[in-house]
Write a protein that binds this ligand. Sequence first.
Ligand code: HEM
Length: 152
Amino acid sequence: MTADQIHLLRRSFGRVEQQSQVAALIFYRRLFELDPSLRPLFKSDIETQAAKLMDMLGLALSLTSCPGALETELIESGARHAGYGARDEHYVTVGQAMVTMLEESLGDEFTPATREAWIAFYTFASETMKRGAAQASLISGSASPPSPEARK
Ligand code: HEM
């Protein structure tokens, strides 16, 4: 990711954070519309969920200070997510809900360059988390088997 993209992530994250509960309502409404079977995975109330969503997006900001540590954190997060019931295909759905939430929360500020920056971040984060989930399932020998790619 470029320095400009990181700057765009920081700025737009600040705007979303100011309206985190509305953003969370938009995100979860869209997520459950796209895949109602995901609803039982999320157990907390909307305030906690809003805080978690901000944690999720806030991960993007650590890109600025320490990319190596971010990668380790994402690998561990992917392993935890496997335990929450997240499967590889869910990452696409969550990404779509994130884009809808950003579109609705940022309005005109969600410029094509900002959209591209978030997609670049999300692609990196989700690919790294899926790697963490695949490693965790290899270690425990349980959960869903790793994809053929992950086994190489
Ligand atoms: C890049 C993608 C994602 C990021 C950065 C992310 C980030 C987070 C963070 C920071 C938390 C707080 C708890 C923790 O850190 O362990 C969390 C919780 C959670 N995430 Fe994600 N997440 C992502 C994708 C997904 C996907 C694809 C699913 C599958 C549906 C999912 C389902 C959950 C669930 C079920 C919880 C716990 C919620 C609860 O206890 O109510 N996440 N996520």
